[in-house]
Design a protein around this ligand. Structure first.
Ligand code: FE2
Length: 385
């Protein structure tokens, strides 16, 4: 034991007799009491209302048989912690890398990524290990392709259900990407579309996007993918001032049509509290006029242009061609996607009346659901419940 009052802490040698000493503050120990009064034995959820309990201090500690029994003052509450549990939760142990921030990822450029990770749909659907491998690839590299997904309308939502939950939006549970008459969106033309993330005008953005190819174009319509985390890390290296400005400048985005009006305002590069890259959003089509003191706006534009020029520079984007049955799964907080211009049959933009043409179906899902699916698959593979 050391200290007194709020500063009181338990010092333990972990493992017994070893040189390493771990320190556990009294409030932390009280909050993590595993007794059935403090934690529901069935759900494992906390019952204790720490704020309603008296400020904990350590009154007595007894160590025996792999257990540490702590009696707290002033109320005499007693907690018994398995020593192995304390060892596993030692405060100075390195925290596991968060699943979102850059340090848990394998960043890549086109030169470093031989090909986008891929698997066949039949094996993915039948074999949990293959599915876990694909989800791991999406989390580590930001993208994966499933080949041989039946090229039938609506199938993209069935793929989403294998990794998490469809995020329904104003575009519906799924949306069609094909050239048509009177397009409401540039996606519904046969024009080139530059690198972008989807829906930056939402808060939160959909964090996973799926794109399923039902028909490909006779000519053009290739897909380009860029690792936005690798690009942001390169900007931080080459132009730290621009990086800093982009992480600190909320930029307004918007979308509207007859029945929808969406607005969001977030930095183009988002960092976590430790300053690590956590998300990028980039979509010139839906940026709204930036406001603020003129000097700051000018600095923000200088940073934005540095970022935009870096993103379209050589060597970053990997190019692939989606064939009918291919379903691309993207981390929409990280990977920018683009497409080349394509031709439509007969030269008409009215794909339906022309009887064909490039047709993708997309839907959104979220990374938290995908991380959960992967964690459960790993738990089952390890023989857990
Ligand atoms: Fe898009």
């Amino acid at each position: 034991l050391s200290g007194a009052g709020h500063d009181a802490a338990l010092w333990l040698r972990l493992p017994p007799g070893a040189g390493r000493e771990a320190r556990f503050p009294a409030a932390w120990l009280r909050d993590n009491c595993p007794c059935p009064q403090c934690r529901d034995p069935v759900t494992g959820q906390r019952l204790l209302d720490l704020a309603a309990a008296p400020d904990a201090r350590l009154a007595e500690v007894a160590i025996r048989d792999g257990e540490v029994a702590v009696t707290f003052g002033p109320d005499g509450h007693r907690s018994v912690f398995p020593r192995a549990w304390l060892a596993a939760h030692a405060l100075d142990a390195p925290a596991p890398a968060g699943p979102r921030a850059e340090d848990g990822k394998a960043l890549w450029t086109a030169a470093g990524l031989a090909r986008v990770p891929a698997a066949g749909w039949a094996r993915y659907a039948a074999d949990d290990a293959v599915r876990a491998g694909v989800l791991e690839a999406v989390l580590a590299r930001g993208a994966a392709v499933l080949h041989g997904v039946p090229a039938v309308p609506g199938m993209v939502t069935a793929v989403a259900a294998t990794l998490g939950y469809v995020r329904e939006t104003n575009y519906g549970r799924l949306f069609d990407v094909r050239a048509g008459p009177r397009p409401a969106n540039l996606a519904s033309t046969c024009r080139e579309i530059g690198p972008h993330t989807d829906n930056p005008y939402r808060d939160p953005v959909p964090t996973v996007q799926l794109l399923h190819c039902l028909r490909d174009a006779a000519d053009g319509g290739d897909t380009l993918l860029t690792d936005g985390f690798a690009a942001a890390a390169a900007l931080r290296e080459r132009d730290p001032r621009s990086f800093q400005v982009l992480t600190a400048t909320p930029w307004p985005f918007g979308y509207q049509d007859a029945v929808t009006e969406l607005r969001a305002c977030q930095p183009l590069i988002g960092t976590d509290p430790c300053g690590r890259i956590r998300e990028v959003r980039f979509n010139a089509r839906s940026m709204l006029p930036l406001r603020g003191p003129a000097g700051q706006v000018a600095a923000a534009y200088a940073a934005y242009l540095a970022w935009a020029r870096l993103l379209r520079g050589p060597g970053l984007a990997v190019r692939l061609r989606l064939a009918p049955g291919d379903c691309l799964i993207l981390d929409n907080t990280r990977i920018l996607h683009a497409r080349t211009a394509f031709t439509v049959p007969g030269g008409s933009a009215d794909a339906d009346s022309a009887g064909g043409g490039r047709h993708l179906q997309g839907c959104y899902a979220d990374l938290d659901g995908m991380e959960s699916t992967l964690a459960v698959l790993r738990r089952a593979a390890a023989g857990g419940p």
